[in-house]
Design a protein around this ligand. Structure first.
Ligand code: NAD
Length: 457
């Protein structure tokens, strides 16, 4: 099999070398083709998402399809400008020269995607690859097989294998692909597998983009507007049944408002997802039995103060709030990635900083506060991929902000222009004049050192 993958890689590399994918008009055409193909298959994709994760049409459009349309529209509109060489002003030491930065596609990229937003997280990197002028081999997740099948079909109908090819398969397939010498790897998935990908990339020194996960803290400060905070947190935590890389993982709440806030949060969960969530046919399910078991085991790590209901045959877990958790329990050591929200109280700002700093850098962080001082403390002292003040998750739904982690939550970023950048190398080239030749840099120039000291300081 890996021989076949090697051949596929070679096929794409040959096509990349033909230069066709670098033509900006070609890129625009392909982006439009991709948009049309998604539109034509919208119903099939939504149905597959329903089968794989019980996502509603509303949720699928909001979090998967709609964001892709925005991404494609933005790329079609701006790719010409993004791809243009940019002139750079040079210092006195380089007088006479003209210098440019040439954005250059990496070549053939390997894109590996996860199951939680299987359409969005497979297609969004492809948009970046096309915009940048790359070819790509794409491996969707095996855990959402209906969606993966539709994606494979859709992409095969739209693009030739030599340009964008899909390889369906599990871990073994992923490993076989990772063994090859790609020009770039774009991986979205867990921290554990991210390390496997980085190790594989290191063998060939392949540039990588790692979009990973982690535990994203959500802080509700004493002066937060509690109604809107509860509404937004309930929405962001339990959308996709909490199986979102940027979902609020745990809540840090000021002691003085904890009881009032939890009441409002419970009200919001019922209001948005139903008094009896088991009757809500649009509430997503957990992806498979092993994730279901993992999530249920977290329930023992604290006191259930809301929810806690589960039905194994339906892979259903109700929105659940846990209190009395400790930092050394599994629910606080691992990324939850499900509809369970542990709550920890604090009294001082310093406590918040200390607690968050003890964990690896998160992909997201959210703060609900009206007071600017708390905002400054958090922004100044905590490192995280991105996030929101007074909202959750919504920062990811725009093409204008880079989306990516830092440290253990990832390397690099994408969305909008940042997707183009993720698949491009910036080649800096100086065009030197032959009409003049300033002497000071040459050995043995009389007074050269004196000139150097005057201009290089
Ligand atoms: P995962 O890491 O288990 O799998 C991701 C992909 O890697 C899949 O295609 C899978 O086939 C492949 N894979 C799995 N094990 C592998 C191995 N040993 N070697 C090579 N390839 C392997 O992740 P998942 O369970 O699909 O997704 C959930 C994780 O992804 C969570 O940690 C979540 O936070 C993260 N995530 C991050 C983002 C982001 O944008 N940063 C988005 C969604 C999910």
């Amino acid at each position: 099999m890996s021989e076949t993958y090697e051949q596929l890689l070679q096929l794409q590399r040959n096509y990349f070398y033909s230069g066709e994918t670098k033509d900006v008009h070609f890129r625009i055409q392909q982006l439009k083709k991709l948009k049309n193909a998604i539109k034509a298959n919208e119903k099939k994709l939504s149905d597959a998402l329903r089968k794989d994760l019980n996502k509603s049409d509303f949720e699928s459009y909001l979090t998967e399809l709609g964001v892709l349309y925005n991404e494609i529209t933005e790329a079609v509109k701006h790719v010409k400008a993004w791809a243009k060489p940019r002139k750079v002003k040079m210092p006195i030491t380089h007088v006479g020269s003209d210098s440019y930065i040439y954005p250059e596609p990496y070549g053939v990229s390997l894109i590996i995607s996860p199951w939680n937003f299987p359409v969005n997280l497979t297609i969004a990197p492809i948009i970046g690859a096309i915009a940048a002028g790359c070819c790509a081999i794409v491996k969707p997740s095996e855990l959402t097989p209906n969606t993966s099948g539709i994606l494979a079909h859709l992409l095969k109908q739209t693009f030739e294998d030599r340009y964008i090819a899909v390889v369906e398969g599990d871990v073994a397939t992923s490993k076989a692909l990772l063994a090859l010498n790609f020009d770039h790897i774009f991986f979205t998935g867990s921290v554990t597998v991210g390390k496997v990908v980085m190790e594989a990339a290191a063998k060939h020194l392949t540039p990588i983009t790692l979009e990973l996960g982690g535990k994203s803290p959500t802080i509700v400060h004493k002066d937060a507007k509690l109604d809107v905070a509860a509404k937004r947190i309930a929405w962001g935590k339990f959308t996709n049944a909490g199986q979102t890389c940027v979902a609020p993982d745990y809540l840090l709440i000021h002691k003085s408002i904890k009881e009032r806030f939890l009441e409002k949060l419970m009200y919001q969960i019922k209001d948005q997802f139903g008094d009896d969530v088991t009757q809500n046919s649009d509430y997503p399910r957990v992806v498979n039995g092993s994730h279901f078991d993992r999530l249920l085991s977290y329930m023992k790590d604290g006191t259930i103060v809301f929810g806690g209901r589960s039905i194994r045959e339906r892979l259903f877990i109700a929105p659940t709030i846990l209190e009395n958790v400790t930092w050394n329990s599994a629910v606080m050591e691992e990324e939850i990635f499900g509809p369970i929200l542990p709550v920890i109280e604090y009294e001082t700002e310093q406590e918040v900083i200390d607690m968050v700093r003890k964990r690896p850098n998160s992909l997201a962080l959210y703060l609900f506060a009206e007071n600017k001082k708390m905002e400054q403390v958090v922004l100044k002292h905590l490192s995280f991929g991105g996030g929101c003040i007074n909202d959750v998750i919504y920062h990811v739904g725009t093409t204008r902000l880079p989306f990516g982690g830092v440290g253990s939550s990832g390397i690099g970023a994408y969305h909008g222009k940042y997707s183009f950048d993720a698949f491009s190398h910036e080649k800096g080239v100086m065009h030197q004049s032959t009409k003049i030749d300033i002497p000071f840099r040459y050995h043995k120039t009389k007074g050269g050192l004196k000139v150097l000291k005057r201009i290089m300081k």
